[in-house]
Design a protein around this ligand. Structure first.
Ligand code: GLU
Length: 330
């Protein structure tokens, strides 16, 4: 018999740690109240998959997570993964910003050990809760050797997603997570099955290490609409180092906003032309003359993850060409 993997399960709050008054409270409940030990107590059969150790790191909704929280989670996971008696980690997390934390870990952890970020759309107290099955599946994925070396994963609804691709695409349904190119695989009865692997660089192949990251630069997102005024853009520009412009369609910029975004570059703020659509490519020098304006383009990443990427990139360079290659590499 092969030895069971040692998996550390880290609690940070979210719906997976939530509690409602009644079973039909699938949307109205209090988040981040159950201790990670209590959540694990609902899946005793998980001990057949791995030897489990629990740690309560945070206890708050992921909508509250600042850059400092990301650093705290990353450094804590990294410390755990460095131990010889830890084979992988599961992070129980709110689903609201699960894609951002997971992508941050995907780009900064220096380990091939599996890291799975997991949440649930319904608290353990609700009818048809996905908390127990998602946590069980996440442990199964983290404990399995086929999950090594493929970066940080997000497990939900019996699917295994790459942290690079996944996004929360629904506010209340259990089927809330999607990756534009599909999940990497499924989990069935405690068995992960992979059908494809990430092709973009992650973990060991990136130039960032969570161990050396300290203060992160400020990057903000502006969501575009026709009535958006230049003053609103300028107000953000005045207090940031990078601006993700979530433009309409393929990263379009309204004619009356072009000057404000060009002025941002003049003030030393990096402007990334992105799309508010949630998927697809923003083609460089396509809808706008990006080279001439000194703007960056996002390639295919959604604005919330483009923020993570530019934040990390700005810790190492200010050079426009180098910054652009970051969007094409990760
Ligand atoms: N406040 C929650 C969060 O941590 C709500 C969403 C959830 O966990 O499903 O993101």
């Amino acid at each position: 018999m092969t030895e069971k993997a040692n998996i550390v399960v880290i609690g940070t709050g979210g719906t997976i740690a939530g509690q409602g008054k009644a079973a039909n409270n699938t949307s109205a409940y209090v988040c981040s109240v159950l201790h990670i030990d209590d959540i694990l107590g609902t899946i005793p059969h998980a001990s057949a998959l791995a030897s489990l150790r629990a740690q309560q790191l945070l206890q708050t909704g992921s909508e509250n997570f600042s850059n400092e929280h990301l650093l705290e989670i990353g450094k804590s996971v990294s410390r755990m993964l460095a131990r010889d008696d830890v084979d992988g980690a599961v992070i129980a997390h709110g689903t609201d910003t699960i894609e951002e934390t997971a992508y941050f870990l995907h780009l900064t952890l220096k380990s091939t050990k599996p890291v799975v970020v997991v949440g649930s759309m319904r608290p353990p107290s609700a009818m048809s809760s996905d908390a127990a099955v998602n946590l069980y599946d996440a442990i199964a994925v983290a404990a399995h050797p086929s999950s090594r070396g493929i970066g940080t994963l997000v497990v939900a609804n019996n699917e295994i997603h790459s942290a690079r691709d996944v996004m929360k695409g629904n506010s209340f349904k259990i089927e809330a997570f999607r990756s534009p190119y599909g999940p990497l695989g499924y989990v069935i009865e405690g068995q992960p099955r992979y059908y494809r692997h990430p092709s973009r660089a992650h973990t060991l192949a990136t130039s960032w290490s969570i161990e050396t990251l300290a203060l992160l630069p400020r990057v903000d997102i502006v969501y575009a609409y026709g009535a958006l005024e230049p003053e609103a853009v300028s107000a953000v520009v005045a207090r940031t180092q990078g601006l993700i412009y979530a433009g309409t369609g393929n990263g379009n910029v309204a004619a009356h906003l072009i000057q404000a975004l060009r002025d941002a570059v003049g003030r030393g703020v990096h402007v990334v032309r992105a799309s508010r659509t949630g998927s697809g490519i923003v083609l460089r020098n396509g809808a706008q003359p990006d080279d001439a304006y000194g703007w960056l383009t996002v390639e295919d990443q959604i604005p919330s993850k483009a923020r993570i990427l530019l934040t990390l990139a700005l810790t190492q360079t200010d050079d426009l060409q180098t910054l652009q290659t970051v969007f094409e590499r990760y």
